[in-house]
Design a binder for this molecule. Sequence first.
Ligand code: LLP
Length: 423
Amino acid sequence: MRAEAPTGLSAFPREGKSLRCGSFKLRDLADRFGTPLYVYSMDFVRERFRQVESAFASADPLLAYSVKANGNLALLNRLAALGSGADIVSGGELFRAVKAGVTPGKILFAGVGKTDEELKAGLDARIYSFNVETIDELHRLDDFATELGARAPFGVRINPDIQAPTPHQYTRTGHAETKFGLPVPVAVGLYRWAKTRPHLRPRGIDVHIGSEIVDPVPYKKALRQVLEVVHLLKKEDIHLEYVDIGGGFGIGDGSGGMDMGALSDELLSVFQGSGLRMILEPGRFLVAEAGVLLTSVRAVKRSGDHVFVVTDAGMNDLLRPSHYRSHHPVEAAVVQKDRKVEVVDVVGPVCETGDFLALDRSMPLPRAGEVLAVGNVGAYGFSMASNYNARPRPAEVLVDGDEVLLVRERESFEDLIRGEVIP
Ligand code: LLP
């Protein structure tokens, strides 16, 4: 049996019986907008953004928010207003970021398989830099920049061959056996070649070792390697402007995430004096704990000694528990009196045994019609949602100060068939 995580809903404190977001009761939001519903606290995101920014203040940091964590336009727009840039991985994310008002000069384009169209779109938009992950990509970038008469800014993503301590193998990206980045000798070769190409501008260097990391040490190891490359290139008269240390700062499932002060102490101790600017690409750290998924209990059923709490949110709305076995706190939006505490599986309505939000969870037994809040889902919640089982994706609500804003409508059945034809 697994114990309840200590807390995971700090942006959603309980006052009296009710979980709240700012001055709004979550239950009221569920009644007003329906369930399943994603609710985000912008105040929490702002606080996190400032926390990271101030920890790295002496390194002239650019925080390039990782759009894949949560690409909601309103959220991006408000992050941009705080001065955030964007780490993007597709033409779609470029489109989203620019639409939301992110300054193109603060956008970095990552990704192992960028298409010709994506490279051209990035050049057209005049983004800050391409974080290049293959030799072929840099050659194509050179071709397109030459055609346009432009100079393409780039950094090479280094594969530092570091085993990052992440809770799931799928979120480790820093060891040699992954598809990410290039080995140092290959990267150095690319910078040397680029020096001979008038339409390429070596601007920086990049590394991203994985996700959900709460230990600063592997970041320091990666940074050391990257700085060695920077110094080597300097001797060859190739002068870089940025070091992008990537993202991946964990929240520790609500039980104490990455200590930003400790991380900045470790990193700045080797970075100080380099004359470079540091880029960080936090996703989860800024938004995960700022989001809850509200879901209504549809039924409670027993099978043998198993108790199933069946909710109206499933793996299509929140994939993480099923895909990574990730732990998300689940709490009643309103505490009810005299409920027996039982060990339950909280499961969705999707036709898969792997469709669950929480397994073996000890909680006061809810009843049909009541609302549960699933915590730590502001990152990789909606952004990984799908229409599996022909289920419209949930609505999204942003609570910003005293305002509650519907920032994405619930999908309709018509949305489900948009673009389909019966020839
Ligand atoms: N930069 C790069 C190059 C990345 O690949 C990622 C995440 C980030 C930054 C942001 O990482 P974060 O700070 O959010 O951990 N779907 C998974 C996470 C996959 C992350 C992929 N890359 C999940 O639900 O945990």
